[in-house]
Write a protein that binds this ligand. Structure first.
Ligand code: ZN
Length: 325
């Protein structure tokens, strides 16, 4: 099926962490005066990160907690260590790492709050909030792993409002830009069957689409073909792009594909998967109903790849199957 850019955009917008309309103001990040003015505004919000965790209220439906520049000063930090994220509704947003032991912010905010792993709570959050927190987590993680130059070992200095680190050595001066690691994820189908696998560390009964990192010198399509072959011994005939999803756990973007193959025997070539096999829609429906099959989170691109294949037969939609169980 031929798809337009807008078709892909619509598909991607269903994946979690893609829902922030923030204006990143890429062209103004290097303007120190402009950034300072944003840092000083009372309306500016700081997204705090501690130990790669986001600050959320302790309600049943958690809400993100933002800090003001006053809060930042109370914590003994300077706001110019923050990374500019962008502007939304006229407000500037920055991400800031809180170092050391877990800070006690109960006096700062009236509602009980705590630092939590975004991955564990993302299905409970509003899509826009989840996207903002994911963006913050990703950029702060990058800072935490790039304090020293990978070329000469000298400390790096923050520049461009947190979107660049420059080596402090005069003889090196290498520029380090935020990095995202591409990974492919693919729904392989063969007529009435799709190919799913599971890793040993996953929750019991969980199966998902195949995935893996793109290697240096490799196209996305080659990575899809290689990963499927390595993990299952299946040779793919056709590959089509589906959609993408930022996946800041810790620093990836998932690039989703669909692929067609002949249904052959599954061979766990590289033993990366504990199990893999061909599933019909009926296998999936019955597995979900009996509790012997679990699919990935509904915010994941993996779920949407499976859902689109499952629903393309025009039978009971996958969400309705899951809802009834
Ligand atoms: Zn260097």
């Amino acid at each position: 099926m031929d798809c337009t850019v807008m078709d892909h955009y619509r598909r991607s917008s269903r994946n979690g962490f893609t829902a922030h309309p923030m204006d990143r103001r890429h062209n103004l990040r290097k303007d120190a005066t402009w950034v300072s003015e944003r840092l000083a505004r009372p309306s500016t919000r700081f997204v705090p990160l501690w130990n790669s965790k986001n600050l959320l209220t302790c309600e049943d439906v958690p809400q993100p907690v933002f800090l003001t520049s006053e809060d930042i000063e109370d914590l003994g930090l300077t706001s110019d260590s923050a990374t500019f994220l962008g502007e939304d509704d006229g407000n500037a947003y920055f991400a800031i790492e809180l170092p050391g032991d877990e800070p006690n912010l109960q006096q700062t905010h009236s509602l009980p709050c705590r630092f939590r792993d975004l991955r564990a709570v993302s299905t409970l959050l509003d899509g826009k909030d989840a996207s903002l927190l994911a963006y913050s987590r990703a950029i702060i993680y990058w800072h935490s792993r790039n304090r020293y130059c990978g070329n000469c070992g000298s400390p790096t200095m923050v520049s461009a409002a947190g979107h660049l680190r420059i080596c402090s050595s005069g003889s090196c001066g290498l520029e380090h830009f935020p990095r995202t690691d591409p990974a492919i994820i693919v729904l392989v189908s063969a007529g009435e069957y799709c190919l799913l696998g599971r890793q040993a560390i996953w929750p019991e009964f969980m199966y998902s689409t195949l995935a893996g990192f793109v290697e240096p010198g490799e196209s996305l399509e080659d990575a899809v073909v290689r990963e499927v072959w390595e993990e299952t011994g299946i040779r793919i005939r056709e590959v089509h792009y589906h959609s993408s999803q930022p996946w800041p756990f810790p620093a990836s973007i998932m690039l989703g594909f669909t692929a067609w193959a002949e249904r052959g025997p599954v061979l766990l070539n590289d033993r990366e998967l504990q199990d893999a096999g061909w599933f019909t829609r009926e296998d999936i429906r019955m597995g979900i109903e009996k509790g012997s099959l679990k699919l990935p989170s509904v915010i994941s691109i993996a779920y949407h790849l499976i859902e689109d294949w499952f629903d393309s037969a025009g039978l009971t939609p996958l969400r309705d199957v899951a809802r009834r169980s």
